[in-house]
Design a protein around this ligand. Structure first.
Ligand SMILES: [Zn+2]
Length: 99
């Protein structure tokens, strides 16, 4: 499942399009030791994870039974179509396409 979050926190994390993957279906090919985490202040729940070498936003590949993986970190060739948008009302005017 793919979702687009328009909230300010996701925008500032450098990604707002997420591929949601069941934790048991996710595995690391390489680079797990390079992942840095920024833990949120409660009541926020999801970590901001990124590559400590290049800074690429990763979403949160560690928390929960369903992981939110930043679609922007996926290599080319992955076909994704958003299934939903959330917090659309929070999207700033500069981000909305003109009608
Ligand atoms: Zn969000």
């Amino acid at each position: 499942m793919v979702g687009v979050c328009h909230c300010s926190r996701c925008r500032k994390a450098g990604s707002s399009v997420y591929a949601y993957v069941r934790a048991e279906a996710f595995f690391w090919v390489a680079g797990r030791d390079l992942v840095a985490r920024y833990a949120p202040t409660p009541p926020l729940r999801f970590n901001r994870c990124f590559c400590a070498r290049c800074g690429t936003a990763l979403g949160d590949p560690f928390s929960g039974r369903v992981l939110a993986i930043a679609a922007s970190c996926l290599d080319d060739g992955v076909r994704l179509t958003p299934d939903f948008h959330e917090y659309v009302a929070d999207s700033p005017s500069w981000r909305r396409p003109e009608a």
